[in-house]
Design a protein around this ligand. Structure first.
Ligand SMILES: Cc1cc2nc3c(=O)[nH]c(=O)nc-3n(C[C@H](O)[C@H](O)[C@H](O)COP(=O)(O)OP(=O)(O)OC[C@H]3O[C@@H](n4cnc5c(N)ncnc54)[C@H](O)[C@@H]3O)c2cc1C
Length: 310
């Protein structure tokens, strides 16, 4: 992976830079590319427009690594309210949560209970909860959370990262459960001992794992795959696989982020492909924004100069 990507990912966790950068006009302007606004209302208005154009939505409120039970409770209450409001507004919008927003760092039982409340509410509202995958120390506890919740309800899915060597085995374990899996390349800074350092290898692994999750075994088990990438070549290769293997549209959806690769999003919708676009909102957007910049390191010099500008 490029040096630029590693620099931006390292800066994404820097508290001083977060406080400084989020006040600069450049950063505030630039983040609006990826976010329709900080408020849930902004996200709902964007979701409504997306729906008119033919794509569904996934909402996520930004924030991670909370340290107090009251904060995790506030996040849980927020998402319960989102599930209610989505139904009232008739939106085709799911939610996606980070386990560390629900208390994973300080109380795993509380985190599991909070997740269960969301999954139960999603079932009542005919909706669905996605669990984001965070950095590698969280993979085991996140998969444990997912398998416990999945044993009680099919209204929950989990993200898996193609850059990790272990994901192969994780998929083999989750496939017989008929799991809903969002396959992503992976957005964190991980060492070469556990993750493919070369982008080409990550791309190839994504293709291989996606084919496995679209295969006959996975379909028989009732798996759902979210093909979460903006990589046009990968999308085209998978479209060919789906067409050749006659994979039904109930077995997969494409998933992308708001504001990224809009022409590709339009092309999929116009071709009748199922697409969901993830809309992020909330005040705590800095680490998330830096991970988005790291995915497009072409402008890294420009970005860093502006981040440190007075
Ligand atoms: C719906 C969704 C949910 C996700 N959830 C998680 C998660 O739970 N855990 C996790 O680790 N990661 C998550 N990610 C992020 C993911 O891991 C990647 O970091 C991100 O999607 C970039 O990789 P890519 O597959 O789009 O391909 P890339 O090969 O990185 O990009 C392909 C092309 O897309 C365009 N592009 C990609 N990213 C950007 C950008 N930020 N700005 C401008 N253009 C861009 C560029 O043209 C680029 O050439 C999620 C991504 C999506 C779409």
């Amino acid at each position: 992976m490029s040096v630029a990507r590693n620099v931006l990912l390292a800066l994404s966790t820097n508290a001083w830079l977060r406080d400084h950068a989020t006040k600069t006009a450049f950063v505030r302007r630039s983040v609006s590319t990826f976010m329709p606004g900080e408020r849930l209302e902004d996200a709902m208005a964007a979701a409504s427009a997306q729906q008119t154009q033919g794509s569904g939505t996934i909402f996520t409120r930004l924030g991670e690594n909370l340290t107090r039970a009251e904060e995790a409770e506030e996040v849980t209450q927020h998402y319960l309210d989102v599930l209610d409001r989505v139904q009232q507004a008739g939106l085709h919008a799911q939610i996606s949560v980070k386990p560390t927003q629900l208390g994973l760092d300080f109380d795993r039982a509380l985190c599991a209970a909070n997740l269960q409340r969301l999954v139960d509410r999603a079932a009542e509202r005919d909706n669905f909860v996605w669990i984001d995958m965070e950095s590698s120390p969280y993979v085991d506890p996140t998969l444990e959370l997912f398998t416990r919740a999945r044993a009680r309800s099919s209204r929950v899915g989990v993200a898996l990262q193609a850059y990790l060597f272990r994901t192969d085995k994780d998929i083999e374990a989750l496939l017989p459960l008929g799991s809903a899996i969002r396959l992503v390349k992976g957005a964190y800074l991980e060492p070469p001992s556990i993750a493919y350092p070369k982008k080409a290898d990550v791309d190839e692994n994504f293709y291989r794992l996606a084919c496995r999750l679209l295969g006959a075994d996975a379909q028989r088990a009732g798996c759902l795959l979210h093909i979460a990438t903006h990589d046009g070549q990968l999308v085209d290769r998978l479209k060919t696989f789906i067409w050749q293997q006659k994979v039904p549209k109930t077995a997969y959806e494409y998933a992308m982020l708001y504001g990224i690769q809009r022409p590709l999003q339009q092309r999929l919708v116009q071709g009748g492909e199922p697409l969901r676009v993830l809309i992020a909102y909330g005040e705590y957007w800095f680490p998330w924004y830096m991970r988005r910049l790291a995915e497009r390191p072409a402008n890294v010099g420009f970005v860093i100069r502006n981040l440190f500008a007075r």
